[in-house]
Design a protein around this ligand. Structure first.
Ligand SMILES: Cc1ncc(COP(=O)(O)O)c(C=O)c1O
Length: 419
């Protein structure tokens, strides 16, 4: 089969013209298969260490045999039955999300789950739910606070709460009433804004660790202070855990590092929940659920048995305390390795930060050449905002592969800055 792929590489190249022009991809690289933290291009006969995990998705590794088994078994039993009827996998997953969240220090009052198919959709639901709650108090309570550097998705609602002008401006007017604040501002300034606008604000959305924006863990005091002021004005707090959640930060949820009084009213999750199979969830407390009635929101595929069977398996593994322990160990190895490199390249590498296995290495300049060189040498990495290289490998990466990836990265940095 792979020999055929090699023979057909010219044909693949011409097929590229059938895809819309929305992605910048390296020329002549075709991912044909994966195995845990390795990806293979059988068209060009190449092997890569993968520090991207499909953008923080394949937490349990590529081609995970247990996930494949669950998929096969469920596909042979029932793939889809719609939200007209209960399905047992969906009920099991909803319960598991709530139970594991409470057991492992996440949102203490999490109580109900809405299942959907992508991160953007989970945030759309969160924003709609917050608005429904706001409107149920007072018709003017519809506006949203979001933050600079944020990324919440590409659908119109989620995009409206996403700060990056590159993603927003091509599309003209977005959903009105979204206010962007800066998380580096003094807490009192943020609190004053929220307080002054309290009657108009339905919700506040924030990533506890900003991912696309450059891997910035939001300080505990900021989130605690924001929650306090939102609570005083009956504003729904939404934590977007789509990238930083599901054990990537070293705890099941990044907000599990926070005291109870900083817990959200809603949090959203996606990416790793299906290990590559599309699934997402919006988790709410009773206060939010009380504002919802039948017909307020829906989706055809959301909560389908196939996705939920995978989610049930994945969540069980990711929430095992032993699993979390090894994520933290590997996170330390990764950060230590990068800090070591920073010592040798202190003029070029300005910061190393993150939690668990979501780590950013910030350069003084655009790290594009380092990313290209790393790829040439056999390592896949991605950038984030602020000249940052983002490291989000599978959480199951072998120690040996982690070290291999780190040495390739060091070699790429050397090659770019010492040549
Ligand atoms: C924090 C965060 N929120 C939302 C999204 C959007 O998720 P999706 O691409 O599945 O719609 C992403 C995707 O990268 C994300 O990182």
């Amino acid at each position: 089969m792979f020999r055929n792929l090699l023979k057909n590489s010219k044909r693949f190249a011409s097929n590229k013209s059938y895809q819309v022009t929305t992605y910048a991809r390296p020329d002549d690289l075709y991912i044909t298969r994966g195995l845990n933290a390795k990806l293979y291009d059988d068209v060009n006969n190449r092997e890569f260490v993968d520090f991207t995990a499909g953008i923080a998705v394949t937490a349990l590794g590529h081609s995970n045999p247990e996930v494949a088994q669950v998929l096969f078994k469920q596909a042979s039993t029932l793939m889809h039955s719609s939200n007209l009827y209960y399905n047992t996998e969906c009920l099991k997953l909803s319960e598991k999300i709530i139970e594991k969240t409470r057991q492992l220090g996440g949102q203490y009052d999490a109580s109900k789950v809405f299942l959907c198919n992508s991160g953007s959709e989970a945030n759309e639901a969160a924003l709609k739910f917050a608005r429904k709650h706001g409107i149920s108090q007072n018709k003017t309570k519809q506006e949203i606070v979001a933050f600079e550097n944020s990324f919440h998705g590409r659908t119109m609602g989620a995009l409206s709460a996403t700060a990056n002008p590159k993603y927003r401006t091509p599309f003209g007017d977005l959903v009105p009433g979204v206010h962007f604040l800066n998380l580096n501002d003094q807490l009192t300034r943020l609190q004053n804004f929220v307080s002054a606008k309290g009657d108009q604000l339905a919700g506040l959305i924030v990533e506890p660790i900003q991912g696309e924006g450059g891997v910035f863990p939001v300080p505990l005091e900021t989130l605690t202070g924001l929650k306090k002021i939102c609570e005083a004005h009956n504003i729904i707090v939404i934590y977007d855990e789509i990238q930083c959640g599901l054990s990537r930060s070293g705890k099941l949820w990044a907000h599990a590092y926070l005291p109870k009084e900083a817990h959200p009213d809603i949090f959203t999750t996606a990416k790793a929940l299906g290990n590559g199979f599309p699934i997402a969830a919006t988790v709410v407390n009773e206060k939010v659920n009380d504002a919802l009635v039948v017909g307020d929101h829906g989706t055809t595929y959301g909560g389908n048995p196939l996705a939920c069977a995978v989610g049930n398996y994945v969540l069980e593994v990711l929430s095992d305390p032993k699993f979390l322990e090894q994520v933290n160990k590997k996170g330390e190895t990764l950060q230590n390795g990068l800090r070591q490199l920073q010592k040798s390249f202190s003029d070029q590498i300005v910061d190393v930060r993150g939690k668990g296995l979501i780590v950013g290495c910030q350069f003084k300049e655009n790290p594009g050449p380092v990313v290209s060189k790393a790829r040439e040498l056999g390592l896949l990495i991605i950038t984030a905002g602020n000249n940052t290289v983002r490291f989000v490998p599978p959480l199951t990466i072998e120690d040996e592969t982690l070290h291999q990836g780190l040495s390739i990265f060091a070699e790429a940095v050397k090659s770019v800055y010492r040549s």
